[in-house]
Design a protein around this ligand. Structure first.
Ligand SMILES: [Zn+2]
Length: 363
């Protein structure tokens, strides 16, 4: 690739403010980064290439480093607003950018400076040179300095990014050349359309994933997350993960009222064996609903208490599940009021009549 004449960058025939020139001189004097530059010779007359090039909002149609660009035209002293494609297509970012157009010479060059990022100052020049035979030398030149260029990790990214921009830009000039050769002109209609539906679909999917994760988090926090409350020595409530559970311990006896359902029931069993270390000797079901009873089978040596109609309600409403988990069906049936011993503690079961179900007891 032919080397670009540095004069293209150094020359200054525009009326630039002194502060821009000072920044330019400081950058050119800086040794932090070798400019990333290249040129390509295309068989497109310079006025034609310039006319196509100057519509910034066409860039995404021919220059694959651009995702989107706002400006219809390049105007000296105005802001340029665009977004870059990622340096690898599978890096899921679009880099928004804003710059000041500081040099503009018709059919020769445009330069913008990026100052919006902290620790980063960059100048990017696209330049054209009329080769005099209906051809044009098109080039891209970029240099930056600042803390982001000195710090190795960000420097690595910026060098890769500038190289990506230069390579895609030169390829883009080649694609403009082939359009010109095929169509005899370069107009918006002749440039390939840039489609954004995949981008918006990705955004939509990410949003849906975020909403779903938020809902899942809320659901877990509100209904599944187990929390423990001590009511008295040896008496503890474990809320969440299914129906609320009550643990009563006295001596070698441990009563568990309502056993939750998987996976909360398995979590509860592990927690009991880890923190209490004693086997559950008595299981009580306040009613037949699965979220209070499906953990029954986790305690095969426990006696299971429930109101007398519970086994029948279980077989009627959740017959399939209980058919496969017969050992979890209560065998110690309560009719009216019953008092049992948990160690030395009296625990009284009472049937309130038809309430939450037709077979409730409370303890
Ligand atoms: Zn219920």
């Amino acid at each position: 690739m032919p080397e670009q004449n540095p004069q293209v960058v150094l020359e200054n025939r525009t009326n630039q403010p002194e502060k821009d020139l000072a920044k330019k001189r400081a950058l050119l004097a800086s040794t932090e980064m070798v400019p990333i530059q290249g040129t390509v010779d295309v068989e497109v007359p310079t006025p034609v290439l310039w006319e196509a090039f100057t519509h910034a909002n066409w860039w995404p149609r021919w220059n694959k480093c651009f995702f989107w660009a706002h400006n219809r035209d390049l105007v000296l002293g105005k802001k340029l607003i665009w977004a870059f494609e990622p340096i690898r297509w599978w890096y899921l970012y679009k880099m928004f950018a804003i710059a000041n157009i500081v040099e503009l010479e018709k059919e020769k060059k445009v330069t913008w400076e990026v100052t919006a990022l902290p620790g980063f100052y960059a100048r990017h020049t696209y330049h054209m040179q009329d080769l005099g035979d209906g051809g044009t030398r098109f080039g891209s030149w970029e240099q930056a300095h600042g803390a982001q260029i000195r710090f190795p990790l960000t420097r690595k990214f910026w060098v890769a990014h500038f190289t990506f921009v230069k390579d895609r830009s030169l390829e883009g000039a080649r694609s403009l050349e082939s359009i010109y050769q095929r169509e005899g002109k370069i107009s918006k209609e002749k440039l390939p359309k840039r489609r954004y539906w995949l981008f918006w679909l990705t955004i939509l999917i990410l949003l849906l994933v975020l909403v779903a994760a938020g809902l899942a988090g809320w659901f877990y926090y509100s209904f599944l997350r187990p929390t423990e409350v001590s009511l008295a020595p040896g008496v503890e409530v474990v809320m969440g993960g299914g129906g609320n559970s009550l643990l009563v311990r006295d001596g070698q006896e441990l009563m568990l009222l309502d056993t939750k359902f998987p996976p909360g029931s398995d979590w509860l069993q592990k927690r009991i064996s880890k923190e209490i270390g004693a086997p559950v000797t008595i299981v009580v079901n306040t009613h037949y609903h699965y979220d209070h009873t499906q953990g029954n089978t986790n305690y095969p040596t426990a006696k299971i208490y429930a109101y007398k109609s519970v086994p029948e309600l279980m077989r009627t409403y959740d017959g399939e599940w209980w058919h496969g988990h017969q050992s979890g069906i209560p065998t110690e049936l309560v009719d009216g009021t019953k008092t049992i011993k948990v160690g030395a503690q009296d625990v009284v079961f009472t049937h309130p009549g038809p309430a939450h179900t037709h077979g409730d007891i409370y303890a």
